[in-house]
Design a binder for this molecule. Structure first.
Ligand code: THU
Length: 130
């Protein structure tokens, strides 16, 4: 993961709207076009209506006309690795194949890199519908 991706994840995390959990998350996806798209989690007073940082980043990418993800970074604080939630693994899967790297980061830097296939094995994707 390059510095631009890490810096952008840090900036995205700082924008999190997380007044209820206090858990700030930043996410960055790199499109096949080489561009980086950032997102933060956006919580809501009606709790289930909030959404994850990865979801925001994916929406920004799609709005830019890109539909292939080649790299992902997720950043959060705490002891445990902040890996994408189950729903976000599937949302990433819509636009990515199994060998796409997912960098799990803390504000200090990279903690671990996993592939989408490791996080979501035997996944269901768009190819199943053709
Ligand atoms: N969250 C994310 O944004 N991404 C993840 O990968 C894990 C969880 C958010 C959702 C919620 O706003 C907060 O973290 C606590 O669950």
């Amino acid at each position: 993961m390059d510095k631009a991706m890490l810096d952008l994840a840090r900036q995205a995390m700082a924008k999190a709207h997380a007044p209820y959990s206090g858990f700030h998350v930043g996410a960055v996806v790199r499109g096949a076009n080489g561009r980086l798209y950032a997102g933060c989690n956006v919580e809501n007073a009606a709790y289930p209506e909030g959404w994850c940082a990865e979801t925001t980043a994916i929406a920004a990418m799609v709005m830019d006309g890109e539909t292939r993800i080649v790299e992902v970074a997720v950043m959060g604080r705490g002891e445990g690795l902040v890996t994408p939630c189950g729903g976000c693994r599937q949302r990433i899967r819509e636009f990515a194949v199994g060998d796409v790297p997912i960098h799990i980061c803390a504000p200090e830097g990279l903690r671990r890199t996993l592939t989408l296939g490791e996080l979501l094995p035997l996944s269901f994707g768009p190819e199943h519908l053709v």
